[in-house]
Design a protein around this ligand. Structure first.
Ligand SMILES: Nc1nc2c(ncn2[C@@H]2O[C@H](COP(=O)(O)OP(=O)(O)OP(=O)(O)O)[C@@H](O)[C@H]2O)c(=O)[nH]1
Length: 129
């Protein structure tokens, strides 16, 4: 069942809670889990520390998280899901940029000796729900 979550994965966002050291300490296990499911370092990965609005409850210092991110060659952001201005856009732009630069070559024209599968009459199967 878990295997399904790892199928066709294009990117991974590792999120920890900056007010919860245990969530940060569990990251190596999640990285290991990804490796076990054959997600190599080629798959763009990013580290996000959430809840940065809770400044009085910080348990995970930024420099500790940054060192961890550097060690694993990931960009690192701290953000707050409560305040969407806090880097959320930058996080997804970074991922999109990484995904784009990892995109395999796409042929603009079909190669020779190929069969056009959808050249016949169009059939549609609208969703019945
Ligand atoms: N202050 C603050 N609260 C947050 C933030 N993100 C999530 N929360 C709160 O944290 C609680 C858990 O959020 P969920 O979205 O259920 O996330 P979860 O992964 O189940 O998280 P945990 O219960 O924290 O392990 C909710 O009460 C959220 O409102 C944030 O950036 N800042």
């Amino acid at each position: 069942m878990v295997q399904h979550y790892y199928r066709n994965v294009h990117a991974v966002v590792f999120v920890y809670d900056i007010t919860n050291m245990a969530s940060f300490q569990s990251l190596p296990a999640w990285i290991e889990e990804c490796k076990r499911h054959l997600l190599t370092n080629d798959v763009p990965r990013i580290l996000v520390g959430n809840k940065c609005d809770l400044k009085d409850s910080i348990q995970v210092p930024t420099d500790l998280a940054q060192k961890f991110a550097d060690l694993h060659s990931m960009p690192m952001f701290e953000t707050s899901a409560k305040n969407t201005n806090d880097h959320v856009e930058a996080i997804f732009m970074t991922l999109a940029h990484k995904l784009k630069s990892h995109k395999p070559l796409v042929l603009s024209q079909p190669p020779e000796n190929t069969v056009e599968l959808n050249s016949g009459a169009k059939t549609s199967f609208p969703c019945g729900c």
